[in-house]
Design a protein around this ligand. Structure first.
Ligand SMILES: [Zn+2]
Length: 450
């Protein structure tokens, strides 16, 4: 088969090695990887000795469309992802209607089809009473499931009893359950105290969404994973001691994994004190020493995956919390900055590019049954690639943001290391920072192995 595209002069990065080579692409997939030049291709992209990585598989986005298109929509959100070096997004269930049944899931898959610029998949939502809908959602193409241990965003908290049954069920067909871990009762007690004191200051968020609540709920999640054998991914872990607990459990055979997000390695309570509503999310930012611990753990393979937790709001909704932090919603945009921020972590010497590929690409693809079609550079994989310039220095500017919200919590940050080209199944969707793809190019992903 003659290749359609040749990516030449690449430094190819996998989780285990970096080597010079040429990548041949035919019909959207990698058809050959060679050290020397073989036959030509219809089109050649010269990587000029730069690193070529798999595109990021972002397991954690909230595009909020259909339903909340004042916040984000599929076209803007996936253009932002393409600009950011993300080639697959996995959307969570909090669009309208909430994705609690196979019918809603399938309708949403079709709704997105004409709108997305990068490939996409979905997690089914876990409700207090939709246990019988889990298998149908799985059969309808869900990549896994998502639930909240605490009440949040109007979604009810899931008790241990509900979760036990959910995990037993998900275990029967091998689905990963992703959990937002904060203890509902600890949060409520903390909030009562904050309200009784009349606190509206920025640090009341880190006292409310406190480390103890995250710790207790995560230990619950570990226990439930251990009892059921279900694969569990703890969302947005913010503390090294939780990474310790999760890895100790894994060593005794529990299928539990830790996701974290860029902000927990680069921001802390000092950032919260300064930026308030624009870094209001939950779990909240932790003290500087905790952030330093997170940074130290990156290179020690203690962080299993990185997600963006892209959850944008219009600037005005965040500004509403400037005088009273409780008036602003939880959530920040992330698809445009996460690859860059985590490349900065590589440039800071916190981890290698190989480790970057493992946590941003390979492991998310494995946990959500997309590997080896996504998340790797191998013959037969989709040609989802990013060309990365590790020496490129850029200042993140709100004015450059493609996401509908038009702001970033990293506004003004100078970052070194950036994707300069993004390919989705061999299609160039971003070149030199410019998104050059139309809505409809993105396709729904299929689980590998049924
Ligand atoms: Zn989230």
């Amino acid at each position: 088969m003659k290749a359609d595209i040749l990516v030449s002069n690449a430094q190819i990065v996998t989780p285990s090695s970096t080597f010079p080579g040429n990548i041949y692409i035919a019909e959207g997939r990698i058809s050959a990887i060679t050290s020397g030049r073989e036959e030509g291709a219809a089109r050649e992209i010269d990587a000029a000795g730069r690193f070529v990585l798999p595109g990021m598989v972002d397991e954690h986005v909230h595009m909020m469309d259909p339903g909340f298109t004042d916040r984000e929509d599929w076209t803007q959100g996936t253009k932002a992802a393409a600009r950011g070096g993300i080639t697959t997004v996995i959307d969570h269930h909090r669009s309208e209607p909430l994705v609690y049944t196979r019918k809603i899931l399938e309708e949403k898959t079709e709704y997105i089809r004409s709108r997305a610029v990068v490939d996409y998949g979905q997690l089914g939502g876990l409700d207090t009473d939709n246990l019988e809908h889990l298998r149908p959602m799985w059969e309808g193409g869900a990549l896994g499931f998502k639930g909240f241990i605490c009440e949040l965003h109007g979604v009810p908290d899931l008790s241990e009893g509900v979760l036990l049954n959910i995990m037993r069920e998900a275990r029967t067909f091998g689905a990963t359950v992703m959990l937002h871990c904060e203890s509902d009762s600890i949060l409520k007690k903390a909030k009562e105290e904050i309200d009784a004191q009349g606190r509206t200051d920025y640090l009341s968020i880190s006292d409310w969404r406190n480390p103890e609540s995250e710790y207790v709920a995560t230990i619950d999640a570990i226990s439930l994973a251990e009892l059921t054998g279900c694969t569990v991914l703890v969302a947005h872990v913010s503390q090294p001691r939780l990474l310790d607990a999760i890895h100790a459990a894994r060593e005794r055979g529990v299928q539990i994994y830790a996701e974290s997000c860029p902000h927990y390695f680069f921001m802390d309570t000092d950032t919260l004190k300064a930026k308030g509503p624009f870094v209001k999310f939950t779990p909240a930012l932790r003290p500087p020493a905790v952030k330093e611990g997170m940074r130290a753990y990156l290179g020690r393979d203690m962080v299993d995956t990185i997600g963006t937790d892209h959850c944008p709001f219009p600037r005005a909704m965040k500004e509403a919390g400037v005088d009273n932090i409780h008036e602003a919603p939880f959530g920040i945009p992330g698809v445009e900055t996460t690859v860059r921020v985590m490349l900065q972590a590589v440039n800071d010497g916190l981890m290698t590019l190989n480790q970057w590929v493992r946590i941003c690409c390979e492991r998310p693809a494995r946990l959500f049954h997309l590997y080896p079609r996504k998340g790797c550079i191998q013959v037969g994989a989709d040609a989802d690639l990013i060309v990365v310039d590790m020496d490129r220095e850029e200042t993140i500017r709100d004015a450059d943001i493609v996401s509908k919200c038009k702001w970033s919590p990293f506004d003004g940050w100078k970052l070194k290391g950036a994707p300069v080209m993004t390919l989705v199944r061999g299609n160039v969707v971003m070149a030199d920072g410019e998104v050059c793809a139309e809505a409809g190019l993105g396709e729904p992903v299929q689980r590998v192995g049924g």
